[in-house]
Structure formats: structure tokens, C-alpha cells
Design a protein. Structure first.
Length: 133
């Protein structure tokens, strides 16, 4: 697979009570250590920009910017759960790695699809990515 930037659609589902779901078009660039994830509205406008670097992370939505102490705290705020953003870079590059209980299925990566699931810690979660061709 290529080394990024990556773009496509992502969807997150939490099997919580009540269940939660989130989906958006995205563009991911940078590295696990310092990067940017832009989420787009259904009409193509920018919904939010998540940025991170060592020791800092931020979420910009419209004119508001929120600061966080870590990428994990930022992803919890943005999606309701700690997403494996660092591992996502490995997965998209075709390298299987585990992160925080997440395990990825890279068998369809050649067709631009990957899925990952987390059983522990609760609640169970699923991440699906469909890359633009």
C-alpha cells in the first residue's frame, strides 16, 4: 500500500448502551507521532480537523479550537472512544499491529478496505475504513 496521505470514508460503531455510531469522509496525513485527520460533512465541507504532535493535540471545528493533552483524549472527545490512530498508520501501510485491544483485518486492504475491532476494554467497538481509489 502507499504511504499516505490517505482519504476515503470511515465509520466507528460502539456497542454501548445506547449504541453509538459515527461516520465521515476523511483525509489522514502525517505520522502516528505528528499528523492531521480532517473529517468532512456529507456535502464536502470541513466538519473538524484533528491535529497532534508530541505532548499536544487539538480539535478545530468551525471557529472553535479545543486543546487536549493527548491524541487519545482528543479521539475520545471526537468519537466517543479511544481510536487506534497510531496503529491506523501501520494498518493503512499494510503492517498488522495491535493497539489498545484493537485488532485489524487487513485481508481486503488491496481493495481499499480495512476493518478493526476492539472487544476489550468495553464497550466493544468496530472501525471500518473505505479508501478512495
Amino acid at each position: 500500500m502507499n504511504q499516505g496521505p490517505w482519504a476515503g470514508r470511515l465509520a466507528v460503531r460502539l456497542d454501548a448502551t445506547p449504541p453509538q455510531a459515527f461516520s465521515a469522509s476523511f483525509e489522514l496525513k502525517g505520522t502516528a507521532q505528528a499528523g492531521e485527520l480532517t473529517l468532512f460533512t456529507p456535502l464536502g465541507g470541513t466538519a473538524a480537523v484533528l491535529r497532534w504532535a508530541p505532548g499536544a493535540a487539538s480539535l478545530r471545528s468551525g471557529t472553535q479550537t479545543l486543546e487536549f493533552e493527548s491524541l487519545e483524549a482528543l479521539s475520545i472527545h471526537a468519537t466517543g472512544t479511544a481510536l487506534p490512530v497510531a496503529a491506523l498508520f501501520d494498518w493503512l501501510a499494510g503492517r498488522a499491529s495491535r493497539a489498545g485491544g484493537w485488532e485489524a483485518d487487513l485481508s481486503a486492504l488491496g481493495e481499499g478496505r480495512l476493518t478493526a475491532q476492539r472487544l476489550e476494554p468495553a464497550p466493544p467497538a468496530q472501525l471500518r475504513v473505505l479508501l478512495d481509489r
